[in-house]
Design a protein around this ligand. Structure first.
Ligand SMILES: Cc1cc2nc3c(=O)[nH]c(=O)nc-3n(C[C@H](O)[C@H](O)[C@H](O)COP(=O)(O)O)c2cc1C
Length: 370
């Protein structure tokens, strides 16, 4: 392997959504994450240095409204990944691709190029689609049947894989894309890029079990994580004779004391939450995705403001390390972290929490970069 992401040796840590304004925090505070290129470059270099395993972007085409128009500004994941890979040494950078908006021949070549730039450190996060207003903005109908979204994603991925592995010129037939006399060079350095898929519905998890290295799924807590890991591992093995890892996203507020962390959480995610954007985001999730259960959507309003409905990691360095340990013990392969200020807070996380995770045996120390 050219990178450590899929070696299974320890609990992997990623960063999620730094390419989007606000990150995952639906907040009005003026110091919210600006997601500029300079921010992302500083963050990726820091992530590389402190041994973060991967960076995962969101692909988003229109904002969620509210006072901040949450996720209004989004650096497009493919050029973003390419540029970050050119300026880092070991971190894996994913590109997130909507199958319905991206032709497989174009994506195959783009992603192969990105992997060439990164010397074999690129990954792909496949999005089958859910957010109907984006489809309208694109002039594309969101397949109304959940099954169809995943049928299209499957065909897209089968074609991309064929383009990465077959030589010469050939036809690729299908229900959504029939390609005559197609070819694709260069190939990715890795042969086939590591795949994340973030579906949480039955069909989404089945797609991931069949195709992905990691299912990136929303869970309520570590106990639920344990059940999801057992179920997904069993179905990947039984249905597809494959192994698949499970990861989940989290938002993190770490301060010297738990009281300080909770105070900051209250400040950005209660007092200054962009509630209109939160409600729009939750409404769209409820209508078009099955990522969050009805119970989650009924009770997670604060969690959406704090971190887009992801798991909270809030407290002192000891609290945060103990909480991450629970997810590792539940069998998750890793987690992504999102912060209000990714750079300053990752610096603190690396100094205070990573050594605690290493002491617990959850993380192996990463060698210093040259
Ligand atoms: C960690 C994570 C990352 C995701 N990234 C994106 C993304 O970048 N763009 C997007 O449109 N949807 C994204 N999604 C949504 C999923 O790809 C998926 O479409 C959604 O969960 C609905 O599918 P489902 O109904 O099968 O759960 C993400 C979801 C999760 C949990």
């Amino acid at each position: 392997m050219r990178n450590a992401l899929t070696d299974g040796r320890d609990f992997k840590l990623g960063l999620f959504s730094p390419n989007c304004t606000g990150g995952l925090a639906v907040t009005k505070i003026s110091e919210r994450w600006g997601a500029t290129w300079e921010d992302n470059l500083r963050l990726a270099r820091l992530a590389d240095e402190v041994g973060v395993d991967f960076i995962l972007p969101i692909a988003r085409w229109i904002g969620y409204g509210g006072e901040t128009n949450f996720h209004e500004g989004v650096l497009e994941p493919v050029p973003w990944a390419s540029a970050l890979l050119a300026t880092t040494e070991r971190v894996v950078v994913f590109a997130t691709v909507h199958t319905a908006f991206n032709h497989p021949v174009v994506s195959a070549k783009q992603l192969a190029t990105v992997d060439q730039v990164g010397g074999g450190r690129a990954g792909v996060n496949i999005v089958a689609g859910w957010n109907q207003p984006e489809y309208h903005a694109m002039g594309v109908e969101l397949p109304s049947e959940h099954d169809d979204r995943y049928a299209m994603a499957q065909e897209w991925w089968d074609h991309v894989r064929a383009l990465w592995t077959r030589e010469g010129r050939y036809d690729l037939d299908g229900r959504f894309y029939s390609l005559k006399g197609v070819e694709s060079m260069p190939k990715p350095v890795q042969g086939i890029l590591p795949v994340l898929n973030a579906g949480s519905s039955t069909q989404g998890r089945a797609f991931a079990a069949r195709n992905a290295n990691f299912v990136f799924t929303i869970i309520g807590d570590a106990e639920e994580g344990e059940r999801v890991v057992a179920q997904l591992t069993a179905s990947a093995r039984a249905d597809y004779r494959r192994t698949v890892g499970v990861m989940s996203p989290a938002h993190l507020v770490c301060r010297a004391t738990r009281a300080e962390a909770e105070e900051y959480l209250h400040y950005y995610a209660e007092e200054y939450a962009d509630w209109e954007a939160v409600d729009n985001l939750m409404r769209l999730q409820g209508m078009h995705a099955q990522s969050f259960t009805k119970e989650m959507l009924a009770t997670f309003r604060s969690r959406f403001a704090a971190g887009h409905g992801t798991c909270p990691l809030i407290g002192s360095p000891d609290d945060v390390a103990d909480e991450i340990e629970k997810y590792a013990k539940a069998g998750l392969s890793g987690m992504t972290l999102s912060f209000v200020d990714y750079v300053a807070e990752l610096e603190q996380f690396a100094a205070e929490v990573i050594p605690r995770l290493e002491a617990k045996g959850i993380r192996l120390p990463r060698p210093a970069l040259r």
